[in-house]
Structures are given as C-alpha cells and as structure tokens.
Design a binder for this molecule. Structure first.
Ligand code: ATP
Length: 593
C-alpha cells in the first residue's frame, strides 16, 4: 500500500469540517487500505505511531531540526527554509512548495519522463518514523535528521507536506476516536456498538480495526479483555445529595471510600505485572513498590484488577494528600522517592480473572472474588466500604471517609445489571465528594485552549488562559471561562513557555469559542479550577442556549488549583456535568430560607 493514498486523504480531510463528510472520507480510506496494515493506517490518522500505552517515545524533532531536514532533502539553504517558514508559519506548506519547484525544474519531468524512484509505501514511512522515535543517545539527533531527510527526499510534495505535519504533531484535524469507530463501521459494514464495545475492552483502535478488516464484526462479539492492553475505565456521575443518590441506585448501594490518589489498572500474568493510568498510559516504571505488592499479595493469575494508589504516611500509615503522590512523580530517583513517599493500594474492582471476562458480571460477584484473592497484609487492601439502604448511614460514612483523608464516597449499584461499564460515565457509579465550602460544589477540570496578554506589569506576556470543557457529543472543546488568578508570576512564565511549544496560527478546529484569544494553542493541557459559582454568560459556548437563548454557562471568579497531568483533554469536565452542577447549585440556593 502506497503512502500516496494516505497523503491524498489527509489533504481532503484537512479541508473538511463536517463530521459526516469526515467519516465518509475516512471510511473510504479504510476500505482502500490493506487489511494487514490497517492498524498502522489508523495510528497515522490519529497522529501517533501506536496506542498510548505502547509507550513509544516522542519523535523528538524540534522546529530547528525540521528545518535542517527540509534543507538537506531539497538542497535549499537552511536560512532560506527558515525564512519561508517564518513567512508562512507552516513548514508543511514550505516543503510542499520547495519540492514542487524542484519537480518543475527537474529535467526528466520537464521532458515528461516519470521519475524512477519507487513510490513510498505506508510501511516504509511508518517504519522510518518509528526508527526516528526510537533513536536515543549521543548521535541520535543527527540520525533522526538523516532518516527524516531521506524520507522527505523520496516523497512527493504532498507526501512530504504530511510527513512534516505528522512530525510536528499537527495532523489532528478533528479526528476523534468516535469518528474513527463510525468510519470503521461504515467501511466494513460492522455495527458501531460492537466496535465500540470491543474498543472499550481493548483500548487499541489499531488492533480493533485489524480484526474488523480481516475477520469482520462477528469476531468482535467474542472479544475479551487482553492482558497488556488496557480496558477503558468506567467512570461515575456526580450528585451532592445522598438521598437522591440512593434513590438513583434503587434504594440500596455499596458505598466505597473515594480515595484521592492515582487510578491504577493492574494486569498480572504470573510474575509479570503492568500498571496503567487513568489515561491508559503504562506507569509501571513509576511504581516498582506496587508491582512487588501485587506479586506478593494478589493470589489471582491472568487477571486485571483496578484500584487507587494512595500516598501514605511513613510512620502512621495514614492516607496523605494527592499532592504527595505528585511530588513522588517529579523525583528522578525512584528508589529515594519510594522511601520518602510510600504508597498503599486500595483495590475496588476486578474485570478479568484466570482468563475469564468479568466485565459483564454484577459488582458483588466481582468484589467477592477480589476480596478472596488478597492475602493478609498492610499494603494492598480492599477499598473501605459498606452496603446500605440508609441515607443517614451514608452521611455518617461520608464524614468518616473525609476525616480518614478520602475525598468522599463512590456509591455503586449492586443490582443484577451492575456490570463494569468500560469506557462509559454512567449512573451505576455516583460520586459524592467533599463540598469545598463555596457555592460551587466541586472543582472542574478544563482544557487550556488559548491565552490572553496582560496589561501593565505583565504587558506583552500571557496573563490569563481561555479554558474549555470537553463535549463528547460534538467532540468539541466548548469555552467556559478565562482564568487569571491562582498563578504566581513564575508559574505564568512557565506556562508561557509551555504554551509557546504548542502555539497555533489559528483556533483549533475542535475549539468552540466566541472569544478571540491573543494566542491559540493545541488543546492538550488540563488544569483543575474552582470558582465562586456557575453563572449564565453570553461569552461562553458551554451549554449554549440550554438554559437561556444566546447564553452559555461560565465560571465566576475561577481560580487555578493544579495541573491535571493525569487527565487527557478528552477527560476534562463535560458541559453535561457543568449543567448538573449549575442545576444543583440553583437548587441549593433556592432551598436557603
Ligand atoms: P475526579 O476528577 O473526581 O477524580 P474523574 O473524572 O477522574 O473524577 P470519576 O469517575 O468522576 O473520574 O471519579 C472516579 C475516580 O475516583 C476514579 O477515576 C478513581 O481514580 C477514583 N476512585 C477513588 N476511589 C475509588 C473507588 N472506591 N471506586 C472507584 N473510583 C475510585
């Protein structure tokens, strides 16, 4: 399969904003792809070289070296390439133009003779990019530039343009997971629900695409989780009133402590242990202590369980705040970090055991097996819980959880239908968290989509950020507020640097904003924010026209709390959640005498 096909589709896709058209074009591309390498086509479309958990290193080619590679491959001096890059702000376009010119000047093409160089194949491009990513050590920079220049030399102008776009990380033109799923379903007449379910159980769209393309969707209905491929996590809704929660859960529920640590999905096969984060990244190397605990105390084999890794006090063993875990993460010396910030593991679910899929079994059956599989020890425990039908008991247990250092409770359905809903945020789990003593009952996690320059002391420098919620229905980032407080000047300088690296010439196609930011950025960073209250605002697009025509919802007096490195942009708070918070806040206000 030639890379030309992909480049041509990328060119078409770039010009489309309608999701329906995007899906149709992608489906055509998938249909024309060689099924044996369709996994690689899917990764390339996603702007990646593999699923996130595969831990493939970044390509590691900054702008300067891209310019060098462009120069090497076209023999145009570096400073000229740089100038052109500055003028257009688009190196992809620069290489396209340079190579086009080169082709026109080429004597053979002038005479109408086809070039003899063999066409680039998808595999050649993919393998070379992978090789570039894998280069480490002293000479790696030159090797990377050499490999890229070689690829660009062989490429047609259009191919070169998209190779550059890929390396720059600027390929993502509105293609989210669900668009890919719909396109796969359209291409292979597969049921989208089946593909989605399979993806929820094995979070690797490349692998799923290969199964559908090679074997059809009948094969997908038999799919089980697989050790080594993360399951997409189940998520909960939130409510602030325990009576309402109990009611939603059918009058009786399991109430777990909601620990404030790092979510860990643990895969164990014999002595081989892997830990995946909430974003499904492989974090095994950060927790050698947890790996040992699991080896020593979890008796199940060929199993996938889930829990929260929590920092604990060295002496008392009491739960410590989430921040301590973050301190531990920042330390380079992992042995020292383990000693300084010891952790415990609180398990709360089991999805796979002895090769059997447990995701379709009810919660109590999963918990029973989990509980009977932990040896007596002090490091790995079952999350503390009660099963109750009494609202007062929930209130009491909640206060106990808070005083024990947890964030609140996770209330879970124990009905026969209480399956593990991989990849879904549903009402089988409802979180009941601590009220931060402001009108806003909870913090929100929002994506940075742009920035504004300050005045006075911070003139010409970034001083506030445009933040957005993530709307899974439209796959867009809908603006919610501008945040300017809670940062120190040093933090703002650091943010300026960080955002400088992901700056864009224009608003990202998936960003939905009425405000015109001074600086637009790729929607990649998530931060946690609290505000005084949620209000109606004509300036923001979150829940636009939902409560009042020409108004959306916004956060008043927002304040930065912390970075949420553990969340991807698609994990940010949704407009639906903000709407629920707005409703419950209004309800509470009207209840005040
Ligand atoms: P938050 O921002 O409140 O951490 P979230 O968006 O990460 O929430 P939610 O589904 O809303 O995810 O809340 C569930 C999170 O709570 C899980 O991701 C998990 O890390 C954590 N957690 C702690 N204790 C439990 C528990 N006993 N059961 C389930 N999840 C728990």
């Amino acid at each position: 399969m030639n890379f030309k096909l992909i480049a041509e589709y990328f060119d078409k896709l770039e010009k489309i904003s309608s999701r329906i058209q995007l899906t149709t074009q992608l489906a055509e591309l998938f249909k024309s792809s060689d099924p044996t390498i369709i996994d690689k086509v899917v990764y390339l479309v996603q702007g990646k070289l593999g699923p996130d958990f595969a831990d493939i290193p970044e390509l590691g080619i900054g702008e300067k070296f891209l310019i060098k590679a462009c120069s090497l491959s076209t023999r145009v001096p570096e400073n000229e390439v740089e100038e052109l890059g500055k003028k257009t702000g688009d190196l992809g376009q620069v290489i396209f133009d340079l190579k086009n010119k080169e082709d026109k000047n080429d004597i053979l093409s002038f005479l109408g003779v086809e070039k003899s160089a063999k066409a680039l194949t998808v595999i050649e491009v993919y393998d070379t990019l992978l090789k570039i990513a894998m280069q480490t050590g002293e000479k790696s920079r030159d090797m990377k530039i050499g490999l890229l220049a070689g690829l660009l030399r062989k490429a047609t102008p259009l191919e070169a343009k998209f190779i550059i776009r890929f390396v720059e990380g600027r390929l993502r033109v509105g293609i989210g997971d669900s668009t890919i799923i719909d396109a796969l379903s359209e291409a292979f007449n597969g049921k989208a629900e089946l593909i989605e379910r399979a993806y929820n159980l094995r979070a690797d769209l490349g692998e799923i695409a290969k199964i559908v393309a090679e074997k059809g969707d009948a094969e997908l209905s038999n799919i089980k989780p697989k050790i080594g491929i993360p399951i997409r996590p189940m998520l909960g809704e939130r409510l602030q009133d325990p009576a309402e929660i109990l009611n939603k859960l059918g009058g009786k529920a399991l109430a777990d402590y909601k620990y404030d640590g790092e979510r860990a999905q643990i895969h164990k096969e014999k002595d081989e242990v892997k830990i995946f984060s909430r974003r499904m990244e492989d974090i095994t190397s950060q927790y050698p202590d947890v790996v040992n605990m699991v080896r020593s105390y979890l008796t199940l084999d060929n199993t996938i369980v889930e829990g929260e890794i929590v920092a604990v006090d060295k002496i008392s063993g009491e739960i410590r705040p989430f921040q301590e875990l973050m301190h531990r993460r920042r330390k380079n010396d992992i042995d020292a970090a383990m000693k300084e910030y010891p952790v415990n593991l609180f398990l709360f679910d089991l999805m796979f055991a002895s090769g059997e899929d447990y995701t379709n079994k009810p919660l109590l059956e999963r918990r029973k097996l989990l509980e009977s599989s932990i040896k007596n020890n002090t490091d790995v425990k079952i999350a503390k819980y009660i099963i109750t039908d009494n609202v007062d008991e929930i209130r009491k247990f909640f206060l106990q959880a808070i005083s024990d250092g947890a964030e609140g409770l996770m209330l879970k359905s124990i009905a026969d239908s209480s399956i593990y809903q991989a990849g879904a945020r549903g009402w089988l789990w409802i979180k009941f968290k601590k009220d931060y003593q402001s009108e806003m009952a909870d913090t929100v996690d929002l994506v940075i989509v742009g920035g504004f320059y300050g005045k006075g002391k911070r003139g010409g420098k970034l001083s506030s950020l445009l933040l957005a919620s993530y709307n899974p229905e439209t796959e867009s980032f809908d603006s919610v507020c501008k945040v300017a407080s809670g940062f120190t000047d040093e933090e703002l300088d650091m943010i300026q640097g960080k955002l400088g690296e992901i700056k864009r010439n224009s608003k990202h196609p998936r960003v939905n904003s009425k405000l015109e930011a001074d600086v637009w950025v790729e929607p990649v960073y998530v931060i946690e924010v609290i505000g005084a209250e949620i209000t109606l605002s004509p300036l923001h697009t979150c829940c636009f026209n939902k409560f009042q025509s020409d108004a959306g919802l916004s956060i008043r007096f927002p304040r930065f709390i912390r970075w949420r490195e553990d969340k991807s942009p698609e994990d940010a708070t949704t407009p639906q959640e903000i709407m629920e918070m707005y409703k419950s806040q209004t309800k509470r206000l009207t209840q005040v005498p």
